[in-house]
Design a binder for this molecule. Structure first.
Ligand code: FAD
Length: 423
C-alpha cells in the first residue's frame, strides 16, 4: 500500500500537518518515535500549553527574530487568528494573558493535546507510535520511509516535522537534518536559543548575587562598540552560573550569535530602574537626602533598589553602608545611580542545547517555498516546525510558527499527492 502523505514527528507541527493532510482527504500516516504525542507542546508555557499569541502580525513577526519574515507568506494563508479559530472549532476555549499569550481556559495542556488527538482519530489518520524513522529514500514517483526496525513504508508525499535538538528527552534529537541534507538541503549552524547565560564575573563566581531576582528591569546586549544590539524590559534572576529569566532568554540568541563570531565574551548592560531617568533619580534623591541628612545612604536607597544589590554596589564603589546622607558627595550619588542604571557585566557562554528552550538555525528557509512549505530541491518533500531555521521568543511564537508551517505542509503535501495521482 502507498500512503498519500506520511508525516514524521508528532509535535505541534506534525500533528497539525497530519490533520491538514487528512482534511484534504489524503490517506495519511503519522509516525512518532516516542510513546506520547505533543510532549514538548504539553510542557510549553509552564506546562499550560501556550498555543499561540494574539498580537497583530507585524508584532508577532518582530517576536520571531530568527527569520520571522519568512512567515509573511505562510501567514497569508493561515495565521495566528486562524489557529485560535481552529482550536475553538475543536471545542478548546482559549484565553489571552500578558503579551498576547493564548492558553486553554482549563490551564491544562492536556486539553489541547487531547483535542488534536481526537481530531486525528475522527479523520482516521493512521498513527504509528514507538517507531523511530531512520532514513528516507527519495524517488521520482514515491518516497520510502525506513523505520529503525527495518520496516519500509511507501508514500507519495513526506512531511518532516521532527523538531530541532533542544530538550532531547522530549524526542527531538535532530534526526531530520540528515534526511534534509540527503535531499540537498543546507542546514545553517545550530545553536541554543531561549537559554540561560553563563558568566565568570567575580560576583557570579563568589555567588554574591545568586538567587536575586529583579522585576521589570531593562537588559541589553552590547556590541563591540558598546552600542545595544537588543534591549528587553522584563524580569531576570542571578544564578550560580550566570543569569536567567525572561529578559535573559530573550537576549540569549543575540549573545550566542556574538560569541559565534569569535568574541570570547559579550558585555550586557542592566538598568534596574528603566522607568526613571538618571536626572530624575538625581533630583529626587538629592532632595530626599538634604531633607534627611542623618539617614544612612543605605536606608535612603533601600526602597529604590533591592537591598542585596545595594549592599553589593555600595561595597563595589567603596561607600560604607552606614554613611550618612549629609556626608555623601554628589560624586558618590552619581556613581551609585550609574551603578544601578548602567550595571555592565560580561557573559561568556550559554547552557548547552539540552537546556535550551529552542534550537537556533536549521534548514535554510531559502530552499523552501513559503506558501506551501515544499522543498525547492525535492518534489513532494515538505518541512514544518522547529527543524527549519526559524526561531522566536517563548510566548507562543515558536508554536505559532510550528502550527502554521504544519498546516501548510500537510495541506500541500496532500494536494501534491493528489495531483500526482491525477497525472
Ligand atoms: C520547556 C519548554 C517550554 C517551551 N515554551 C514555549 C512557549 O511558551 N512558547 C513557544 O512558542 N515555544 C515554546 N517552546 C518551544 C516549542 O515547544 C517548540 O518550538 C515546538 O514544540 C516545536 O514543534 P515541532 O513540532 O517542530 O517539534 P517538537 O515539538 O520537538 O516535536 C518533534 C516530534 O518529532 C518526534 N521525532 C523526532 N525524531 C523522530 C524520528 N526519528 N522518528 C519519528 N519521530 C521523531 C519527537 O519525538 C517529537 O514528538 C518551549 C520548549 C520547551 C522545551
Amino acid at each position: 500500500m502507498i500512503y498519500d502523505v506520511i508525516v514524521i514527528g508528532g509535535g505541534p507541527s506534525g500533528l497539525m500537518a497530519s490533520i491538514a493532510s487528512a482534511e484534504e482527504n489524503a490517506r495519511t500516516m503519522l509516525i512518532e518515535k516516542g510513546k506520547k504525542l505533543g510532549k514538548k507542546l504539553a510542557i510549553s508555557g509552564g506546562g499550560r500549553c501556550n498555543v499561540t499569541n494574539r498580537l497583530p502580525q507585524e508584532e508577532l513577526i518582530k517576536n520571531i527574530p530568527g527569520n520571522g519574515k519568512f512567515l509573511y507568506g505562510p501567514f497569508s494563508v493561515f495565521n495566528n487568528y486562524d489557529i485560535i479559530d481552529f482550536f475553538e472549532s475543536l471545542d478548546v476555549q482559549l484565553k489571552e494573558e500578558d503579551h498576547g499569550r493564548m492558553f486553554p481556559v482549563t490551564n491544562r495542556s492536556q486539553t489541547v493535546v487531547n483535542a488534536l488527538l481526537t481530531r486525528l482519530d475522527e479523520l482516521e489518520v493512521t498513527v504509528k507510535m514507538n517507531s523511530p524513522v531512520e532514513a528516507i529514500h527519495y524517488a521520482e514517483e514515491e518516497h520510502t520511509v525506513i523505520l529503525k526496525n527495518g520496516e519500509k513504508i511507501k508514500t507519495k508525499s513526506v512531511v518532516i516535522s521532527v523538531g530541532g535538538k533542544a530538550v532531547p528527552h522530549t524526542g527531538s534529537t535532530g534526526d531530520g537534518y540528515a534526511w534534509a541534507k540527503k535531499a540537498g538541503h543546507t542546514i545553517t549552524k545550530l545553536f541554543p536559543t531561549e537559554v540561560a547565560l553563563t558568566s565568570s564575573e567575580p560576583f557570579i563566581k563568589n555567588k554574591q548575587l545568586q538567587g536575586l531576582s529583579l522585576r521589570d528591569v531593562s537588559l541589553s546586549v552590547l556590541n563591540n562598540k558598546g552600542k545595544p544590539i537588543i534591549t528587553h524590559q522584563m524580569d531576570m534572576i542571578f544564578t550560580h552560573f550566570g543569569i536567567s529569566g525572561p529578559a535573559v532568554l530573550r537576549c540569549s540568541q543575540f549573545v550566542v550569535k556574538e560569541l559565534m563570531k569569535g568574541n570570547k565574551d559579550v558585555t550586557m548592560s542592566l538598568d534596574l530602574l528603566p522607568n526613571k531617568s538618571q536626572n530624575e533619580l538625581l533630583t529626587t534623591l538629592t532632595r530626599y537626602m538634604s531633607e534627611n541628612p542623618k539617614k544612612s545612604i543605605k536606608n535612603i536607597l533601600k526602597g529604590v533598589v533591592p537591598e542585596r544589590f545595594l549592599t553589593y554596589m555600595l561595597d563595589k564603589i567603596n561607600i560604607k553602608e552606614d554613611q550618612k546622607a549629609a556626608n555623601t558627595s554628589n560624586d558618590d550619588l552619581h556613581q551609585l545611580i550609574q551603578g544601578c542604571k548602567r550595571f555592565n557585566f560580561k557573559v561568556d557562554g550559554s547552557l548547552p542545547m539540552e537546556k535550551a528552550f529552542v534550537t537556533g538555525g536549521g534548514i535554510t528557509t531559502k530552499e523552501i517555498v513559503p506558501k506551501t512549505m515544499q522543498s525547492k530541491l525535492m518534489p513532494r518533500l515538505f518541512f514544518s516546525g522547529e527543524i527549519l531555521d526559524i526561531h522566536g521568543y517563548t510566548g507562543g511564537y515558536n508554536i505559532t510558527s510550528a502550527l502554521v508551517t504544519g498546516k501548510l505542509a500537510g495541506m500541500n503535501a496532500a494536494l501534491e499527492a493528489a495531483s500526482l495521482a491525477g497525472r
